[in-house]
Design a protein around this ligand. Structure first.
Ligand SMILES: C[S@@+](CC[C@H](N)C(=O)[O-])C[C@H]1O[C@@H](n2cnc3c(N)ncnc32)[C@H](O)[C@@H]1O
Length: 383
């Protein structure tokens, strides 16, 4: 199938429409909406909200941007790292008060510990022959720092927000010196150039506003109907429409298992070549949105979950992110959206679709193995 030609006039529309997109910070994260922040902020502004719920906050890029432009944000995700980032960025308060702590942590003397044993590799070893040196996400000069700093964070008995600032700073520093493709379900065969650098903790870009923000770690179905907000931004995992893709490949808990362990410092039981936490196994940590299977009814479980979520969300306006590579077809998604409200706007990354009739956008959501997936944003007003 061929994609429709996009009118050239619409290109880069959003760079002009939302020129003051605030600066945010975050780890490398599959599905991060960093590039869509201008579009999300533009859509959000149309609804003139005071309170916004970011229900799949992930890297917290969207929560940060929403907070920076002045909304009161409720940030929630089921992942422990996301809760840590949200506490740091949204609730940290005055940034300068953490300077001494970050300096103190940077000065910790490196030690060999649990993280070095399981995630540290020695670049002076022969990657192919040595049983000592396997593919690992970090070089030992950095895991030894990690071991020291993580122990020190526990030893200091910090309050939860200060601890979140320290952990966020530690994770961001590690993210800059990793030897991965951006996740931890496989590691690079050769050391990446950045992995030779020694990590350095920096003060996170904490947002110090007078506004109150709320942070939760929850399954979306436990919070969506209780979040008393004007606008909900929903960015569920898209799963995959590739029948051959094993489900573990698209699961956040499997991708980012090490961030969970760094946050919890719980020395979990590990399994497999990349030393994943046992509780990140597919049969333990599955999210229904990452499901690639069908229910006995024949309906995809992930598609059914999106429909249930839209119905459960009580906010008057909802912005839903979805990709043409996700489980739901355009027709299925359209049906779910139209069941709960009126579609006001549909945006494709960099292009605005003027939707007079809801089905217009579905014509442009075509699947072609040769074409990259396309990101869509839907603004709907609930009935
Ligand atoms: C596409 S990512 C969100 C990315 C985020 N908007 C950003 O910009 O970084 C999807 C997120 O959904 C979370 N997630 C998956 N299933 C969930 C569930 N049932 N409840 C809450 N969060 C869930 C994952 O942990 C992941 O962070």
């Amino acid at each position: 199938m061929r994609l429709m030609t996009i009118p050239p006039l619409q290109t880069n529309l959003f760079k002009n429409i939302y020129p003051d997109t605030p600066k945010t910070e975050g780890i490398k994260y599959a599905g991060s909406k960093l590039k869509l922040l201008p579009q999300i902020l533009w859509l959000a502004a149309k609804t003139k909200p005071k309170t916004v719920f970011d229900g799949f906050s992930g890297s917290t890029r969207v929560s940060q941007a929403l907070a920076r432009v002045g909304y009161s944000v409720t940030s929630s995700d089921q992942a422990v790292w996301s809760e840590t980032f949200a506490r740091c960025y949204l609730q940290g308060g005055e940034r300068a008060k953490y300077s001494l702590l970050i300096k103190h942590l940077n000065a910790c003397k490196p030690v060999d510990g649990w993280f070095t044993e399981h995630y540290g590799g020695d670049p002076s070893g022969d990657v192919n022959n040595s049983s000592k040196v396997k593919k690992r996400p970090w070089q030992i000069q950095n895991t030894r720092k990690l071991d020291a700093i993580r122990e020190e964070i526990d030893r200091l008995y910090l309050d939860p927000i200060t601890e979140a600032v320290a952990l966020t700073s530690l994770i961001l520093a590690l993210d800059k010196v990793d030897s991965t493709l951006g996740h931890f379900s496989s590691y690079l065969r050769e050391w990446s150039p950045r992995s030779y650098k020694t990590m350095q903790l920096k003060l996170p870009l904490i947002i110090d506003t007078a506004m109150n923000h709320t942070v939760a770690r929850s399954d979306i179905f436990d919070v969506a109907s209780n979040a008393d907000v004007d606008l909900a931004y929903l960015d569920p995992p898209y799963g995959s429409n590739n029948e051959k893709m094993p489900p573990s490949r698209v699961r956040y808990s499997a991708y980012y298992h090490v961030w969970t362990t760094i946050c919890l410092n719980d020395r979990p039981q590990l399994f497999g070549k990349v030393h994943r936490r046992v509780d990140s196994k597919d049969d333990v940590a599955a999210s229904v949105f990452e499901e690639f299977r069908r229910a006995p009814s024949g309906k995809f479980l992930a598609v059914d979950a999106i429909h249930r979520l839209l119905k459960a969300t009580t906010a008057k306006h909802i912005i839903l992110s979805y990709s043409s590579g996700g489980r739901a077809t355009a027709a299925e998604l359209n049906e779910a959206l139209c069941d709960v409200g009126k579609i006001i706007e549909v945006i494709e990354l960099d292009y605005r679709r003027n939707v007079m009739a809801a089905m217009t956008w579905t014509n442009e959501w075509l699947r072609d193995a040769q074409e990259p997936n396309r990101e869509f944003l839907f603004l709907i007003k609930r009935f």
